[in-house]
Design a protein around this ligand. Sequence first.
Ligand code: FE2
Length: 260
Amino acid sequence: MDTPRPVIRNWRDQDPANSHGAVGWKVMMQLGTNPGRTYEEAPLLGIHGITYRLLQPTKAEPPHSHPAKEHVYYIVSGTGTVQLGEERFPVKEGDAVYMPAQGVHSIINDSDDFLEHYVISAIPHWAEEHPDGDLDRGRTDPVIRNWRAGPPHMSHGAVGWSIMAEKAGFPNRTYEQAPLEGFHGFTMHMMPGGQEEGPHEHVGKEQVYVFTHGRGKMLLGDKTYDVREGDCAYIPQKTQHAFINDGDDWCQHLILSALV
Ligand SMILES: [Fe+2]
């Protein structure tokens, strides 16, 4: 078993594949459910997978569902439509689309440009005992939330917006704010040039920083790395980390977290 250690992977360095009708680059996976992969390919423990995808105009993902896997689709650029159950909703940059386990879902590009998005997947905690999804767990509505809908807060030297959180971990939040059943949090951060967060670590929580605009430096463990748009930086629990925006421009990144 490899010792947990930080990993930085950019989708540009991976081989493309056909991913449900889109061009997809699997940026990170879980080793436990992807045997045969290297640690760098599959360092995740709590999050199941992160795939960057480009969906061509006129194409659509075939509608499908998973008995025991939830997704969040995050729209980086472009516009399109998502089908969730019987309904269709327009989506645009900044939208996070929660697709609960067992729900039928599809994404459709009815625009003239590529629809650029991340597919982030997690296995709901209940799935350990109900892998076939045979569990009535109350509400399973889809949710679409744009980071702009929430009030900003200061978070580690950046402006942060909580997009979605875990139902079990945030009992005071509404279903729309906290629908997640497999991973813990999904936030967006904007850091102006010249700012940095203080080095810190988390116990019992892994994180992935997904850089969507800009560049900077990331302290991981005792080393500092260059990071830029398209990078995913995996931070195992108990690993010191800090993001440093040493440029002049704003940097935008998502933080995904899961309890481990
Ligand atoms: Fe799916």
